[in-house]
Ligand binder design. Structure first.
Ligand code: HOZ
Length: 437
């Protein structure tokens, strides 16, 4: 594959953008080589500036569940553009969006729109602090809730990919207020609560983790957190930025039948445009200004174009519940293909999957938390990534990210992915045999 235009563009980008990218994982540093620059995308495919076509398994890190440039969403955006782009004043569409979210997500009674998942999570913990009058929060090692200061402690996603899970620039004071527990470890959470009586405002968790690769909650973990929050007056926050409207119409909370106090959202609710939201119990959400005293604002919040794309996507998902069976079936077919290739080549790597999210970890250990995720052979992952890219399959350029499958894949695409895995995992097995000789 020729990547010369992408390489030229990267050199140009390096002169004017830090690291040449506007979000670190895009730089391909963990997988080697330089990033491909994307020109366009449609359905199941993404096209780079050199004219190469790839089958999409990232889908903009989640939002494009229907595939790229879905005609229904595209039409909604085009129609909205005719009425201008931003008003900084209330619109009918914001109410429609809020009504849709409240009707689809079981725990959400009121919701505030923002512009990203980061903003949603930052705002959610501010509200939790305002509501409880407490300062500390508990987050889980390897979970990522955007780049707000409080979350860049033991953070997953790009932070771990770049080797900076504790970022410079976060003050000691902020770090002191963020307590860390291993994912799936209720006893550790209990110990933190006991050591900090009446000081914990919130526990924030990815109900299914996407940011240390895909990691599933063990039976009783999410329920146990609910019980602990109830017992100690702690606000329970589900970060459903990735899982919301992806694992089901009502997100992970509907599947696990758990009612968090606040839910943060993003990705799919923007249909690919920059959107986030946080919502939950009326009593808590009414702390937000101007109903209450916790301040949070934004010129572009509830932007009409973004609302139009999000509303069109959510309505489509509501009217076509079969989409969920489709994306889940595609994912099962992909992971079955990987399992077959692993078996044929005597490899025993771990696959975690739920709905249309999955990760292949280059470790034989079960991956249930950050420690076990880190046992992955990231150099071998990098080799796998590059070989899959060379075969026209676009994966997340890091071991510590989930993949997101869309409804747009055809049977031929799925077979192509299976064939690519058969070839690449055979090469992986050969390399491993050489290494272990
Ligand atoms: N895990 C990140 C999305 N929540 C990856 C995208 C990014 O950081 O650019």
């Amino acid at each position: 594959m020729n990547h010369s235009t992408s390489q030229e563009l990267f050199q140009r980008a390096l002169q004017v953008i830090p690291g040449g990218v506007n979000s670190p994982v895009r730089a391909f540093r963990a997988v080697g080589g330089s990033p491909v620059f994307i020109k366009s995308a449609r359905g199941a495919y993404i096209f780079d500036e050199d004219g190469n076509r790839y089958i999409e398994l990232i889908n903009s890190w989640g939002p494009m569940i229907l595939g790229h440039a879905h005609p229904v969403v595209q039409e909604a955006i085009v129609r909205a553009v005719e009425d201008s782009f931003s008003f900084g004043a209330p619109t009918r569409k914001e109410i429609e969006m809020a009504e849709l979210i409240c009707s689809m997500v079981p725990s959400v009674e009121k919701v505030r729109m923002v512009n990203s998942g980061t903003e949603a999570c930052m705002s959610a913990i501010r509200v939790a602090r305002g509501y409880t009058g407490r300062n500390k929060i508990i987050k889980f090692e390897g979970c990522y809730h955007g780049h707000g200061d409080s979350f860049l402690i033991a953070a997953g996603s790009g932070a771990v990919t770049m080797g900076t899970p504790d970022s410079p620039g976060v003050t000691q004071g902020v770090a002191n207020d963020t307590l860390i527990a291993p994912y799936n470890n209720l006893a550790a959470v209990e110990a933190l609560i006991e050591a900090n009586p009446d000081q914990i405002a919130a526990i924030i968790v990815e109900p299914v983790v996407g940011n240390m690769g895909c990691v599933l909650p063990q039976k009783g973990f999410l329920e146990g957190l609910r019980t602990l929050c109830d017992k100690h007056g702690i606000v329970y926050i589900f970060d459903e930025v990735m899982t919301g409207f992806r694992l089901s119409q009502g997100g992970a909370q509907k599947i696990f039948n758990i009612c968090p106090d606040i839910t943060t959202m993003g990705k799919i609710i923007g249909g690919g445009l920059p959107v986030g939201a946080y919502g939950g119990k009326k009593e808590i959400m009414d702390c937000v200004s101007p109903a209450g005293k916790v301040y949070q604002a934004g010129t572009l919040s509830g932007n009409p174009i973004a609302m139009s794309a999000g509303i069109a996507t959510l309505r489509y998902l509501n009217e076509h519940p079969e989409i969920y069976e489709q994306v889940n079936q595609h994912t099962r077919q992909i992971t079955e293909g990987i399992r077959k290739a692993l078996k044929n080549n005597g490899l025993n790597f771990t696959i975690n999957e739920m709905g249309s999210m999955y990760s292949l970890f280059f470790t034989e250990k079960p991956v249930t938390d950050f420690e076990s995720a880190k046992t992955s052979d990231t150099a071998m992952f990098a080799f796998y990534f590059r070989e899959m890219l060379a075969r026209g399959v676009y994966l997340a350029p890091s071991q510590f990210e989930s993949l997101f499958v869309s409804a747009a894949l055809s049977e031929a695409d799925l077979q192509h992915i299976e064939q690519a895995h058969a070839e690449v995992l055979a090469m992986v097995a050969e390399r491993m045999a050489v290494v272990h000789k």
